[in-house]
Design a protein. Structure first.
Length: 292
């Protein structure tokens, strides 16, 4: 069955303290991507503000909003206006004391198809996410939109092979990974950018489909002046063989636009047959955190 081609776009811009300005910058990049032919556009993780989990500050809970809150109302209107699908990342208020790191999938007619909530929540120096985010309870959903069928995983999720495999088996032709990754404050000499790229490309190879990683860029100082994060950008798309299709600049604002040939997925799977040869009957031990 011929699936044809689809053009995807991803934002890459530096966040500033003024949250309204970040929304303006995001919308401007979406408009430019749409003008250049992108039909499915993904925003970076938590694009509405600077990366607040660098420190503990309970007042940041006030940044959370419901799925149908102001940010996504603007994004649904924009999707309908431009006739594009938008993956809109936001800090989600579910109820008092329960907040998620989420992404809304909005179809080209402005319909919100649903929300994915980040499952894997990291904890480390200046990545203090467990304080702010409840582990996601949404399924690993594959979204069938006007222009393509895809999944969404958020940042730390992208380092684990299991969710990507699930979405591939459910029928995703590609996956978006909105991210916020950069410097390692406790290991300042460590550059994880190539490790990040290679890990995600590996998911694409193992499942013979496209992967689309959308990252933050720029320096963001902790609100209390105790430190900073330097996000390296390098948003990219790789194909079912792991080849780079497109890549954004490092440490600079940029836009990514790429055409995906979805028929290449079937060709790659017919040759390599990773899904056919899985031994699901032998993987039961993976259901335990430790194996003795």
């Amino acid at each position: 069955m011929n699936k044809g081609k689809v053009t995807v776009g991803m934002t890459q811009f530096a966040c500033v303290p003024d949250r309204s300005e970040n929304l303006k910058k995001c919308k401007a990049q979406i408009r430019e991507l749409a003008a250049r032919g992108a039909k499915i556009i993904c925003t970076k993780e938590l694009f509405g503000g600077q990366y607040f989990p660098q420190i503990i500050d309970y007042t940041k809970y006030d940044w959370a909003e419901p799925a149908d809150g102001p940010t996504n109302r603007e994004m649904t209107a924009l999707a309908k206006e431009l006739d594009v699908v938008i993956v809109s990342c936001f800090y989600e208020y579910a109820m008092d004391g329960v907040y998620y790191n989420s992404a809304a999938v909005i179809d080209a007619d402005g319909t919100m198809l649903g929300v994915y909530r980040k499952h894997h929540i990291p904890e480390g120096p200046q990545y203090i996410e467990k304080y702010y985010f409840t582990p996601g309870d949404s399924p690993y959903t594959v979204w069938k939109t006007k222009y393509g069928t895809f999944g969404v995983l958020i940042c730390w999720d992208e380092w684990f092979p299991e969710p990507t495999r699930i979405m591939a088996i459910k029928g995703a032709d590609f996956i978006f990974y909105p991210s916020a990754i950069g410097s390692e404050p406790d290991n300042p000499d460590l550059d994880t950018s190539q490790t990040w790229v290679d890990a995600i490309r590996g998911h694409g190879i193992h499942n013979n489909f496209y992967v689309c990683a959308c990252n933050r860029v720029g320096r963001e100082d902790a609100a209390d002046g105790s430190g900073f994060m330097e996000f390296y950008g390098r948003s990219f798309v790789s194909d079912p063989w792991g080849n780079m299709v497109a890549e954004c600049k490092r440490n600079e604002e940029d836009l990514l636009i790429a055409e995906l040939d979805l028929d290449e997925i079937k060709r790659a799977r017919d040759i390599l047959q990773f899904h056919r040869d899985r031994r699901v009957d032998s993987y039961g031990e993976l259901m335990h955190l430790s194996i003795r």
